[in-house]
Design a protein around this ligand. Structure first.
Ligand SMILES: Nc1ncnc2c1ncn2[C@@H]1O[C@H](COP(=O)(O)OP(=O)(O)OP(=O)(O)O)[C@@H](O)[C@H]1O
Ligand SMILES: [Mg+2]
Length: 231
């Protein structure tokens, strides 16, 4: 697996949180992940700049460039000195952006918050992925991450219903937790925080890593190098 993109046209759904925690989790397995920041806001790049030198290093690339001709170009090549890249994307992707950002990727993770507004936005985003970017369904490479979930709410069950109608898996459910905000401030992922503090959040990440693992095995027919982080 060489490229994983995190996207959702809706702002504030958790793209940067998922990206930064995923690269951190991958680095904890001994892999050398790169982080490609396509968002001109540069949030993931800022996270990386705050990362303590004592932690596993992560290669960062700002993939967004606005040339003098006002042509937006994205640089999505996985850096050669890395094992795989995780790509953080901005909100409000155009259809053309969607095509560029998903070209040649191995997995698409979509964080979504369970509110009416977010559910409608993600429905459009998923439809665009299937119809405009023409992601073939048998690829099974789209996974949803339900983010900031407060259990058993009505909108959350609406979201589950919508996704099951499309046969798109909910890969993991992330709690609404200050651990994410804290980890971000310090340039860390939750896997790099004291276990006693984050133990309720870790299982969700095993789910995400497990899904990526299975996708990789299915695509390559090879055993995986990504293992669960903490038992
Ligand atoms: N599971 C969570 N628990 C608590 N806070 C969260 C969680 N996920 C995200 N947040 C917080 O919500 C805010 C938005 O998250 P984030 O920046 O990851 O979203 P985004 O989709 O990247 O936003 P944008 O579209 O602006 O790039 C941040 O302040 C982040 O710390
Ligand atoms: Mg972001």
């Amino acid at each position: 697996m060489r490229k994983i993109v995190v996207m959702n046209s809706k702002g504030g759904s958790g793209k940067t949180t998922v990206t930064t925690n995923l690269v951190s989790a991958l680095s904890c397995t001994g892999l050398k992940p790169a982080l490609i920041d396509l968002d001109p806001q540069g949030s993931s790049t800022r996270w990386l700049a705050n990362r303590p030198a004592s932690l596993a290093s992560i290669i960062g690339t700002e993939g967004f460039q606005n040339s003098l001709q006002v042509t937006k170009t994205w640089h999505l090549r996985t850096p050669e000195n890395s094992d795989l890249a995780v790509i953080d994307t901005p909100a409000g992707l155009t259809r053309q952006d969607l095509i560029s950002a998903t070209r040649g990727v191995d997995a698409i993770l979509i964080p979504v918050m369970p509110s009416d507004i977010d559910i409608h936005a993600v429905m459009k985003c998923i439809s665009d992925l299937l119809l405009v970017a023409k992601i073939p369904r048998p690829d099974l490479k789209i996974g949803i991450i339900a983010n900031r979930v407060r259990a058993n709410t009505r909108v959350y069950s609406q979201l589950r219903k919508f996704l099951s109608s499309l046969d798109i898996p909910v890969v993991a459910t992330l709690r609404d937790s200050q651990n994410y905000t804290r980890a971000f401030e310090f340039g860390m992922g939750i896997h790099e925080m004291p276990f006693s503090q984050v133990k309720k959040d870790i299982d969700a990440w095993s789910d995400i890593m497990g899904w990526l693992d299975r996708l990789r095995e299915r695509n390559l027919g090879q055993p995986s190098a990504i293992h669960y982080l903490r038992g």
